[in-house]
Design a binder for this molecule. Structure first.
Ligand code: TRP
Length: 355
């Protein structure tokens, strides 16, 4: 038995689309939880290349380089390939098989109501011309999760509708194709979402979330100067024209980032108080300007990112490392998915040739 397959441990499945380097939103939403949980769970991390294709099918050649970037990010933040299986989605055909079977259990109207799909369709400008693959990706994501029999799915808030839709599919499947009488549970494991304590990290422009399409992200691998430049350009309280006005801390992304990444909580509390008060000193200068708040954020962020950058560079030096790790993880994942697929075929009574 490989080290990641331990019968007494519950399983985690989560994943990312390999469309580029991962950013701080990924860190807060999911990576931080994964690092914490990897010791206690059998962990599968899916590199969702098939899902990435649903809105990038014209440029499949970008996947190879992006898979490498994503895995380097995983290693850099401290995910350990001995504890986590990094699995390439398209190399686990059982996920595609399950997707086809699940498609019968979901209405088109339900897919069109999925809030995440709705948001993304708007953002990506699909209009009425959405392709079937994109519309159906929540079904394929349910297949991702259930193919590994995952109990827990650590994801960002934006993925909540995906987990809910997966639970619906699981319930429908288990009702239709039979509960497992012996264990008093369904054939498919019903997963629970695990959402980041911190909530959602806004974009540098103050939008609800970081998104590469929008261009409001700070990547985990951004260099020091880039981070500083992005922070200095961040959206703050637009009513604070001179820095003397009392400012808004709530909903101000600069302070949200301070809360997430600045370990000096006392200083953050002090900054908030001064910012809320506004006013000027005896020389007529603002007591606390936005530039100062941003400068301190850039320092905190760079301190947080520095060890991640250093580790990333070390891992990147070895050309083969990523592919070795991915080959091993995909083999482990495939083995697990094949077991689940066997049970599904049995439950659906389509295991014709099995004696
Ligand atoms: N949809 C997720 C995202 O955009 C990525 C993903 C694909 C995923 N399959 C998954 C997340 C399965 C959790 C579980 O970030």
């Amino acid at each position: 038995m490989s080290s990641s397959q331990e019968p007494n441990k519950k399983r985690i499945l989560t994943g990312d689309r390999p469309t580029g380097k991962l950013h701080l939103g990924h860190y807060v939403g999911s990576l931080a939880n994964r690092v914490k949980l990897q010791d206690d769970y059998e962990t599968y991390i899916l590199i969702a290349d098939v899902q990435a294709l649903t809105d990038n099918f014209q440029t499949p050649e970008m996947l190879r380089a992006n898979i490498r970037e994503v895995v380097l990010d995983y290693l850099a933040v401290g995910l350990d390939p001995k504890k986590c299986a990094f699995v390439i989605q398209s190399l686990v055909p059982e996920i595609a098989e399950l997707t086809i079977f699940y498609m019968n259990l979901v209405t088109v109207a339900r897919l069109e109501r999925n809030p995440t799909v709705k948001d993304e369709m708007k953002q990506k400008g699909f209009g009425d011309n959405v392709n079937a693959g994109f519309l159906c990706y929540p079904i394929s994501q349910a297949a991702d999760i259930t193919a590994f029999g995952a109990h827990l799915v650590p994801v960002g808030e934006d993925q909540r509708p995906m987990i809910e839709q997966t639970q619906e599919i699981v319930d429908r499947f288990n009702r239709l194709y039979g509960e497992d009488k012996e264990t008093d549970s369904g054939i498919l494991v019903r997963p629970e979402g695990m959402y980041a304590e911190f909530g959602r990290l806004p974009g540098t422009d103050g939008a609800a979330k970081m998104s590469k399409t929008v261009g409001n992200v700070i990547s985990l691998s951004d260099d020091e100067a880039t981070v500083t430049q992005k922070v200095m350009g961040m959206y703050t309280d637009p009513n604070r024209l001179t820095g003397r006005e009392p400012g808004n801390v709530e909903g101000n992304p600069v302070f949200t980032y301070h809360d997430a990444f600045n370990p000096d909580k006392e200083r953050v509390a002090e900054l908030k108080e001064l910012y809320r008060k506004g006013g000027e000193n005896e020389k007529g200068k603002p007591l606390l300007g936005d530039v100062q708040v941003k400068r301190e954020l850039a320092v905190a962020l760079n301190a947080f990112l520095e060890p991640i950058r250093t580790r990333r560079e070390e891992f990147a030096r070895d050309e083969n490392l990523v592919w070795d790790v991915v080959q091993d993880g995909t083999a482990r994942g495939h083995q697990r998915a094949a077991e689940v697929m066997d049970a599904v075929r049995g439950a659906m009574k389509i295991d014709y040739l099995k004696s």
